[in-house]
Design a protein. Structure first.
Length: 145
């Protein structure tokens, strides 16, 4: 059976493709699942994409990943810049963690330049649009091979 990668998404990312398309593009979370599943097929990984607008729910998704996932790709959205709870949860996960941001957070407001999650992530992708998720999947394949 193929290993599962959890692709976790934080607040407001359920609106992807529907609002602020100038910043975040026109692709939706459904498009991201199919892009990542396609790469997953090539590298022998399956994907489970989850999204929540609630910090505690994301912490619980990470706890579930401890039992079910070989790796985590996470876009914590605004919680990147505020959440020690998500960082602490990721520190309990034993596999690789890759952080994705659709926009280039370093080109935006100063408060977006720091991410608590980056301290735990093996790698960070920012500014590649939603392609960043598929790129992270490919790298996850390399890390777990
Ligand atoms: O660039 C990213 O992926 C971010 O993680 C997105 C977050 C933002 O707070 C981070 O600084 C950078 C915001 C996600 C909001 O997503 C929306 C998507 C469509 C419409 C409205 C919001």
């Amino acid at each position: 059976m193929s290993k599962t990668i959890y692709i976790l998404n934080g607040p407001n990312l359920n609106l992807l493709g529907k609002r602020q398309t100038d910043i975040y593009g026109t692709e939706t979370l459904e498009d991201i699942v199919s892009d990542c599943a396609k790469v997953g097929k090539e590298v022998g990984l399956s994907v489970k994409l989850l999204q929540s607008n609630h910090e505690g729910e994301i912490v619980e998704m990470i706890h579930d990943a401890r039992e079910e996932a070989a790796g985590i790709i996470i876009n914590p959205a605004a919680y990147s810049h505020t959440s020690v709870a998500i960082l602490d949860a990721l520190n309990t996960f034993e596999g690789p963690v890759l952080e994705v941001h659709i926009s280039n957070i370093h080109k935006r407001e100063a408060f977006r330049h720091h991410s608590f999650v980056s301290e735990r992530a093996e790698g960070v992708i920012a500014g590649f649009g939603v392609n960043g998720y598929a790129l992270a999947m490919r790298h996850m394949g390399a890390l777990l091979s």
